[in-house]
Design a protein around this ligand. Structure first.
Ligand code: GLN
Length: 447
């Protein structure tokens, strides 16, 4: 009730939510009370959560911030939603986002623009901007986001909270509305690193309903990695991170963070990721190609927005899609369709896949020398609302540091590491596949 009250108070300023699920929450809270009365209690019993609106919630609208799904009520829960409910968590609302998770500022939502709680004239980042802002504004104890190229870590950085994208395959994608299936992962946005470990414990694990989810026989307890001791841990930093476009204030914050690691007894080693400069280009080919294929299902017939005025079947498809999708989504569909068309496939899509392999190999090589790679999460602090909407290429640059991690399928995390121009800065940590424990250990000691 306290959180629902808080939502009522601050939501008119923040606009982080597409809907508040008050009745649903009170019912879940009642169930949690009953469990507690029976002595059944764990880390998440009765703890409020906000879910990004691209994860299916049974009986509760799941819009993806798109007119296409404005009235879509899923008949089932995403696996993560199911797991959190089983853990006793209480869903208080669904978070605003960029339409179909395409964007870096949450300005691509068809419904509203979320504001950064630190400065209401600035964006919260994206695409999980509603999730990050809701945690920063205390509308919830934690939130779930999805990250295809940085959509958990970049908004976490811009809103001064912790955000983690787990290794590809660690968390089930069943019930997550697909954007780019080979890159998408669900992860937590939390107040601190301990909460991140707690939420990861609840959502990680094999799911037979997601064929890309990994079957790890022994499930880790991530809380065991919350240790202050990181003596001897090797932290890599790549000179490629400090190229042009990085704000001076952020550079300073990252340098100070490296000093903190050193003082904690970690060893700082220089690594090189030579193919990093091609990551963004490869990402926008691969992600758009997969998006164009995934979004083909919205044809106005099976489900989603259907046109009411049309001439024939083909026209019905066209009008439904023209009306249902926003500008950025259409742009991605066109880029993706182009990159996959015969005659261009080898020049673009296949080439991007080769770059993907090179980037993965860069990381493999770097991790021979270190246990974690540290750098900036975002090249700038939160920018002003409206500043980049007319310039998609500048907008795409917001993900320059986060995208390579999705390309390589690795776990990555953003942890607050100071302020620049009065706005939060995030430190980006990356580890080997399924080394979330090492990631949490490093982040916990640093925090
Ligand atoms: N901003 C990137 C994009 O627009 C990443 C989005 C995401 O991670 N979902 O594609």
């Amino acid at each position: 009730k306290a959180f629902l009250h808080r939502i009522k108070t601050v939501e008119p300023y923040i606009d982080a939510l597409i809907c508040t699920t008050e009745d649903y929450a009170l019912k879940q809270a009642e169930d949690a009370d009953k469990k507690i009365a029976q002595g059944i209690i764990n880390d998440l019993t009765g703890i409020p959560v906000i879910i990004k609106d691209n994860m299916c919630t049974e009986g509760v609208k799941t819009t993806c911030a798109s007119k296409m799904l404005e009235n879509f009520v899923p008949p089932y829960n995403a696996t993560v939603v199911e797991k959190l409910a089983e853990a006793g968590s209480v869903m208080v609302g669904k978070a605003n986002m960029d339409e179909f998770a395409m964007g870096s500022s949450t300005e691509n939502s068809a419904f509203k623009i979320t504001k950064n709680p630190w400065d209401l004239e600035r964006v919260p980042g994206g695409s999980s901007g509603g999730s990050a802002a809701s945690v920063a504004a205390d509308e919830t104890a934690y939130a779930l986001g999805s990250d295809t190229g940085g959509s958990i870590r970049q908004p976490a950085s811009l809103c001064g909270v912790v955000g983690m994208k787990p290794t590809y395959g660690l968390v089930s994608r069943y019930g997550l509305v697909a954007f780019a299936s080979s890159l998408d992962q669900i992860g937590p946005l939390t107040k601190d690193v301990q909460d991140c470990a707690i939420v990861l414990n609840a959502i990680a694990g094999h799911d037979p309903k997601d064929s890309t989810s990994v079957d790890k026989r022994r499930k880790a307890d991530y809380k065991e990695f919350l240790k202050e001791d990181i003596k001897g841990m090797r932290i890599g930093y790549a000179k490629e991170f400090f190229s042009h476009g990085l704000d001076e204030g952020i550079k300073e914050a990252i340098k100070s963070s490296m000093k903190i690691f050193k003082n904690l007894g970690a060893e700082i080693v220089e690594v090189s990721l030579p193919h990093l400069e091609y990551a963004l280009a490869a990402y926008y080919i691969v992600a758009s190609a997969e998006a164009s294929s995934n979004l083909a299902r919205y044809d106005g017939i099976r489900y989603g927005h259907a046109a009411s005025n049309y001439d024939d079947l083909i026209d019905m498809y066209m009008v439904s899609r023209s009306e249902g999708f926003g500008r950025e989504v259409k742009r991605r569909i066109m880029i993706g369709t182009y990159a996959l068309s015969s005659g261009y496939y080898d020049a673009y899509y296949n080439k991007a896949l080769k770059v993907r392999t090179l980037i993965r190999k860069d990381y493999e090589k770097a991790f021979e020398k270190c246990d974690l790679i540290a750098g900036p999460t975002s090249p700038t602090v939160a920018f002003k609302i409206g500043e980049r909407v007319e310039d998609p290429l500048t907008m795409y640059l917001a993900d320059v540091y986060t995208v390579p991690v999705n390309i390589a399928g690795l776990p990555g995390m953003s942890v607050p590491c100071g302020l620049s121009k009065g706005m939060p800065v995030g430190l980006h940590l990356v580890s080997r596949p399924f080394d979330e424990g090492v990631l949490l250990n490093g982040a916990y000691a640093f925090e």
